[in-house]
Design a protein around this ligand. Sequence first.
Ligand code: ADP
Ligand code: MG
Ligand code: MG
Length: 915
Amino acid sequence: MSNQWVYSFNELDRADKYVGGEWDDVKGLLGGKGANLAEMMRIGIPVPPGFTITTEACNAYLACGETFPEEMWQQVLLAIQELEKQSGKKFGDQKNPLLASCRSGAKFSMPGMMDTILNIGLNEETAAGLIALTGNERFVYDAYRRLVQMFGSVVMGIPDEVFEEKMSACRAGANVTSDPQLEASDLKQLTQEFKQIYRRYTADHFPADPYEQLKKAVEAVFKSWNGKRAVDYRNAAAIPHDLGTAVNIVTMVFGNFAEDSFTGVALTRNSTTGEKQLEGDYLKNAQGEDVVAGIRQTNDISQLNQEMPDIFAQFEQIANKLETHYQDMQDIEFTVERGKLWILQTRSGKRTAQAAVRIAVEMAKEELISRREAVLRITPEQVDFFLHPQFEREAKAAAKTKGGLLATGLNVSPGAAVGIVAFDADLAETWSKIENKKVIMVRPETKPDDVHGMLAAEGILTSRGGRTSHAALVARQFGKPAVVGVSALKIDVNKRHMTIDDDIIKEGDWISIDGTFGEVYRGRLATIVPDIMDAWLIKLLSWADTFRRLGVWCNADNPTDAERARTYGAEGIGLCRTEHMFFEPRRLPYLHKMIMTDLPIERREALDALLPFQREDFIGLFRAMNGLPVITRLIDPPLHEFLPNHMELTHDLTDLKIRLKHADTLEKVNTLLQQINEKTQVLKRVESLQESNPMLGLRGVRLGIQIPELTTMQVRAIFEAACTVAKEGVEVHPEIMIPLTSHVNELKVQRDILEVEAQKVMHEQGITIDYKFGTMIEIPRAALTAHQLAEHADFFSFGTNDLTQTTFGMSRDDAETGFLIRYLRSHILPENPFTAIDREGVGQLMAMAVEKARSVKPELECGICGEHAGDAGSIAFCHAIGLTYVSCSPYRVPVARLAAAHAALRDGKNSELKA
Ligand code: ADP
Ligand code: MG
Ligand code: MG
């Protein structure tokens, strides 16, 4: 049997069988739109009859040089006959003509990416027939002029503006402001004018043959799969390019029949807040894209309840049914023709991060989905969104009192965005990508052609459109703050400026938009990162915690960060970098002294002076982390990092010497000489400490071995602090970590020094504290000899930043500003190994180290404290190799909690992770 290229909406079972029963594959074959139309028909939702030409047909068409695969057209003709039977109308018939729409629909929803043509089947004869039949000349010519317009722009590529200009002229001529006010004669006239435009641009007549219209429309959909805007969108949304699109041919229903007819779009829950309430717009006497195009002011769906309570109730019931059926918030297109409700599309609705979280939690509470499913539905990026900037309240208040609030509109995608105004997508893209400027893209309304500019912009502002407008949908999907429907805004794209009352904003001027509140401000407002105390997020993360096996700790060097991380859910400090503590101005001189001197006494004095500072730091940390482990890493960086820079020193010295030449009093000569002397000393020291490869030089444990007093001082500070707070009743769990170990003997030596000092302090303080001693694994040799290190360590922590540097043998600073860029661009490396763990190399070392170490100490605590610990993919890997915890920056803690839960929930399904 030959291929089945065409499936009627009531042949879903056959399609199911053909692909082998998986819904995902049905969507792959029929496209999301087609599969859902058929599914709705199966569960008894009123859907106009129609059929789907498969994605396989599209791929075959594109593969064989843009010709229909064999038999496809015959199958289309048979399916049309079937529609004729069902409707009692005939395609191309002069008395009772069947009209149809031709709609694209790929596996994944790609809003507005490919074009729909409505009212196929109209020509002079069928139009006349339809007028006779309906007695509604106005309606028929409205449909007809739309067909010529859509067919002309979509199939033949005539610029839409040409048609729009004629529409405006016609409205002006008829002295009306909106399309429904146009009369039959106006529309009839327009249809003729549109046909002339068609002729002028294509040097051909508008095709009168309905079958020719249909054929060309189907081809246009197929071709649009490879159109620029579809390709751009797929690149941005990471959708594969080989899926192809299906084509749906659907019997027309008419929202533009008269005032008792309308068309609309609604979401089953609020897409900004997630609240369980219908959100949407409708337009009377309108068709297709009118609602989302923003050309007329739409009515809010709640108004329908007053105007047509019966229809509203029916719609509510269907919305509920669809939500329950698909177990997700739905985005529904509907049309009412003379009081009869039809559903034209359903798909899962786009939503903000806040809405996604609230919907997932509430659906779990409604027992529509499980908690596990709720957790899986939220992505790490969505959690991250809660940590994104919002405007400072004071900045907004100040701007408001000074008249900086220019206008308000609909708050369709939350967040704060600041940038310079760009009035078209190409400019927005150029400014942002090439000139590195922050841009707000401003348009009367947006179209699919604008997406590249919207993606490049910080935020989006339009003067027209509603909550379901193209601008709003795209903004929400990509997390761009957006304000739409700011009707006070008069945009003059030609003059490159916009006016709001008497205010003029020119292209390139700074504005700030608040997508959370729908406000537009002049100038640049200050932003802050909000506290993520969203009640639904807290609930969702608490569910995530019940699923994950990995602990989530944080990297924090001071009590403020530690406390913040703790409120975000951190269960310990996995890395406290002590060197940051030395950089404070009050402390640095002592450190300098310690580095500069050769005399043991002076070194001792310097360290003694530093001790109280360090102790105070640790006291604060231990208090903040009461009851939780705190891993302190002993000093790590090469000493020269604490001294002034060599260049600067030489420069200063030359300067001093010149001043010496011009010194005119003995006193000045003396001070200058003294300064020169001091600087020369420092310079000598800097020179003696200078290394050819500081990253691989005297640092980490090597430093502790070179200057044992440094280790002793740090250990003393930690233990004095621990004993002090323990006496206050704080529960302390200090863990001391040696950096950059490569040989087990380094560990032994340091451990001896440490234990002596620890015992001493505890004896002095008269209290015993449980503590752990461990090492970082950040040198391949350490990983290779992990079983030896494990004998002398209570814990391991993978320092994957250094481990990546040392495994690749590349320094991060040199790589990321230099050759790594080319490596990534030419795919020599699939990903930046400093962002996502290189599983094959670095990851293999980690897995091996864990295995070797646990073969001698099965319960050994193994964590990770490199930046990878905040990366979702790397967290999944850490889960797979059985790490105890991940330790990331405080702001990544909530993300890591979710990612760790995902890793656990997907465990088993993703067995390749364990390989
Ligand atoms: P998109 O994928 O851009 O949403 P659609 O194929 O859904 O495009 O169609 C565009 C518009 O035309 C939508 O508003 C849709 O509801 C409307 N439409 C499509 N087919 C029909 C039809 N047979 N009758 C009435 N309206 C239709
Ligand atoms: Mg649609
Ligand atoms: Mg390191």
